[in-house]
Design a protein around this ligand. Sequence first.
Ligand code: H79
Length: 432
Amino acid sequence: MTITPEPTTTTATPLPAWFRHDRFGMFVHWGLYALPARHEWVMNEERIPTDQYEKYARYFEPDLYDPRAWARSAREAGAKYIVLTAKHHEGFCLWDSALTDYTSVHTPAGRDLVREFVNAVREEGLRVGFYYSLLDWHHPDFTIDGHHPRRDDSTEEIEALNAGRDMSRYREYLHGQVRELLTNYGQVDYLFFDFSYENDHHQPVWGAKGASDWGSEELMAMARELQPGIVINDRLDIPGDVVTPEQYQPDRPMEVNGREVAWEACQTINGSWGYFRDNSNNKSADLLVRMLVDGVSKNGNLLLNVGPTGRGNLDPVAVRTLSEIGDWMTLHSRSIYGAGASAFQAPADTRYTQRGNRLYLHLFAWPFEHIHLPGLAGKVEYAQMLNDASELTFREIAPDLQAFNTGMGGQPAGTLTLTLPVVRPNVAVPVI
Ligand code: H79
């Protein structure tokens, strides 16, 4: 007997409306790497053996952990969802997993930190996301590969080690842990897996792992069964719901196989995801706002990262940056939430976002008094500044008129010219 195969569950499901609408989320990278405080890849970069790295677990005592404060900072910045690293590549788990002792419960913290996180996030009215690392540099069955801290051991040592390692056992562990996270913590809105490297042609790595190592089809099906409506990212080496460029701003709406897809850029404040004490390469709130706007102008989201310290609090730079973004969002979030790309072509140093029939012009450089907007003549009923609703007057060269005949000088037919305040208002972005 032949049967029609069941439709695969891994084709992207319709994306829940909140994801595109909300546009802005906060990423939280927190784990043992907050203690060395020199990048979350420190175990790998410094080839730290497992038994030495475990020392950080003995000193993990986050007495200032207050996820309500994280969530409040996120909400006040305008973020609508928070994604927490339940487990990063180091393998340490922030929840009470029955499948390992390498968890926050078995540290001086002595408790399930994910539980407190989800409660706090929901109390602040935000959506809950989990990051789960597919790589695991602590698990005894995860085979040594070119991304593993022991990658520089001799070939003989690596072969001997890998002979005793069994990826099918690791796969069971991975599926079991994801099952725990999606079963024991109520509604989970977003799952960010990280990452596959089998088909990474930019950076070929020996022993690279992908969909067959993770059991990606099965994993995704399980996640959707446990949490209908969950958004799943694209790093399982099979198609997901959202494409996730990392520390990279796409130059146009993203496409996969010629079809536009939802995307979310994840970005750091200072180049490191985990807390990095000696790094002061901080992006300004102004730059981060422009990155958010740039993304929305191309139908993308921004997932902005913070890396809390080993004591559990956000560092002052993160707090200040989020607060400044919040100042801008208070006045301008109408151009972000529910907005996306416009069909109009924005002039140099500007971006358009559009929500329904509202077109928002974001000026990345403040011109002198006038900005010329090709193609908008005859299309605009009213123009105003967004920050204070003050009217902006404008002149138009009708599309059917010859250029050079209006006194404005040199603008092509169809151009609308706005008259701006000479001095840029404090946090202003004009709207037309
Ligand atoms: O969790 C964050 C990163 O740790 C993880 N994904 C985000 C969300 C990630 N970053 N990079 N990668 C995964 C791919 C690997 C990049 C590498 Fe490297 C380049 C590994 C070694 C060189 C970056 C630079 C990490 C260590 C040095």
